[in-house]
Design a protein around this ligand. Structure first.
Ligand code: UD1
Ligand code: CA
Length: 454
């Protein structure tokens, strides 16, 4: 049986170079705080406990991540990575193995962390290292006859050590009992006057604990965020990976470099996505769905065969099969579109159910409405759902024809097969099968002249 895994996320650093009042680890990457990416990875690894060491920004970090069942440890003064770990150790309950992660390194893959955890389970110290073309600033991995003997920080290293290109990523895993014994023996006699977590490597070697090094499959997995430029760089790398996975799954992307997925995007077969689309939360696109340029979809499902034309915005909605939506349509929360529905330009639909074959093609607002099958809504139709205090529903039954520029003052019902004349302001129910209109009689004033300028 393997011992329980506890994950320690170091996140007390100030992040000065972000030039922001928000703690660094709360800045978003792909729509989620950096820390959120680590927490996801920690859960995937099966962590029994996740402890976050925080410092800068008051209780902003615990407040932002309150729902994630994390243990928060305040490191009031940042005296180094070793000191940070020391603050957290009393909160670790299990005495199993500990994996240390950095809160500002968001993209490490679970598959990269697993071998480190496995090393710790076997009583060794698993250390993630990477070979860098330019190792400036990093702790260097010192090896003798191929075996790691210690880590020397850049500021403490001599010229020969600075020439070493294998560096410490900071990510390591080891048995909790050993971590506890070594951490108490750290001192701050070094160039930065800090308690270095990296000093435990030499202690492990002295105690005969084997050091097992692993490397990430990609260098970006261990890149940290210290500035907005680096954050933007990692965002593009991450989006590139998402795009590649979609392409591998058979999705057509007009340009993989112009796609943003901030959450999960699940696609059926033969889905195509034009440039500059943004997907947020959980989005599902069925078979043969086509998404036009610059669409923004958040928590939406789109069924098979539907086409979303350019600049369609949809939020918390269910879009059925074989629909034609857009360009410039806005589908707001609580909306369900059934089959073969057409929604055209400058149409806003909110909290409404639209049944099969209905069409709202131009310049309309449909809110809090239940619409039957094969309804035709003329251009410029508005449901007046709000009386200034309360919202009311509009019911439009099957096969209704609504003339252009009509206002339906809710609550109101239009019976099956009714026709509303253009320009009607409907304040009472319209009976089924009849023509209803409210309109001043057209008159012509013979001989009327336009005023002339004096
Ligand atoms: C550290 C490593 C170095 C490694 C590098 C990789 C040490 C002594 N050095 O250096 O070998 O190559 O990371 O990026 O460990 N933190 C705290 N409290 C503190 C100090 C740091 O929580 O008192 C957190 C930071 O928020 C950050 C992480 O620990 O998430 C690393 O801190 P940072 O200052 O970036 O470490 P480096 O000195 O760059
Ligand atoms: Ca660093």
């Amino acid at each position: 049986m393997s011992s329980p895994l506890e994950i320690l996320i170091l996140a007390a650093g100030k992040g000065t170079r972000m030039r922001s009042d928000l703690p660094k680890v709360l800045h978003n990457l792909a729509g989620k705080p950096l820390l959120g990416h680590l927490v996801d990875a920690a859960h995937s690894l099966g962590a029994a406990q996740i402890a976050v060491v925080y410092g800068f920004g008051g209780d902003a970090v615990p407040r932002a991540m309150a729902d994630d069942k994390l243990t928060f440890v305040l490191q009031a003064e940042q005296k180094g990575t070793g000191h940070a770990v020391q603050q957290a150790l009393p909160s670790l309950k299990q005495d199993g193995v500990v994996l240390v992660l950095y809160g500002d390194v968001p993209l490490t893959r679970v598959a990269t962390l697993q071998p480190l955890v496995a090393a710790a389970q076997a009583g060794r110290l698993g250390l993630l290292t990477v070979l860098l073309a330019d190792p400036t600033g990093y702790g260097r991995i010192v090896r003798v006859d191929g075996k790691v003997t210690r880590i020397v920080e850049h500021k403490d290293a001599d010229d020969a050590e600075r020439a070493i290109r294998e560096v410490n990523t900071g990510i390591l895993a080891l048995p909790a009992a050993q971590l506890k014994s070594w951490i108490g023996r750290l001192n701050n006699n070094n160039a930065q006057g800090e308690y270095y977590l990296t000093d435990i490597i030499a202690m492990a070697v002295a105690d005969g604990v084997a050091i097992e090094t692993h490397q990430p499959a990609h260098e970006w997995e261990v890149l940290g965020v210290n500035s907005k430029a680096q954050l933007a760089e990692l965002e593009r790398i991450h989006q590139g990976e998402i795009a590649r996975a979609l392409l591998d799954a058979g999705v057509t992307l007009a340009d993989p470099a112009r796609l943003d997925v901030r959450g999960t995007l699940v696609c059926g077969r033969d889905v195509s996505i034009d440039v500059n689309c943004v997907f947020e939360g959980h989005v599902e696109l069925g078979d043969d769905v086509q998404v036009g340029a610059s669409c923004v979809l958040r928590n939406v499902t789109v069924a098979a065969g539907t086409r979303l034309d350019a600049f369609t915005l949809a939020d918390d909605a269910t879009i059925g099969e074989a629909n034609r939506i857009g360009p410039f349509s806005r589908i707001r929360p609580g909306t369900t579109l059934a089959r073969d529905v057409h929604v055209g330009n400058f149409v806003e639909i909110k909290n409404s159910q639209i049944d099969d074959g209905s069409k709202i093609n131009h310049l309309s607002y449909v809110g809090d409405t239940t619409m039957g099958k094969k309804v035709n809504i003329g251009a410029g139709t508005i449901t007046c759902n709000y009386d200034g205090a309360n919202k009311h529903r509009t019911v439009i039954e099957d096969e209704v024809f609504v003339g252009s520029d009509t206002q339906l003052v809710a609550p109101v019902t239009v019976g099956k097969g009714a026709t509303l004349g253009a320009g009607t302001t409907l304040t009472c129910d319209a009976p089924a099968g009849e023509l209803t209109l409210s309109r001043a009689k057209q008159t012509t004033i013979a001989g009327w002249k336009r005023p002339t300028k004096r």
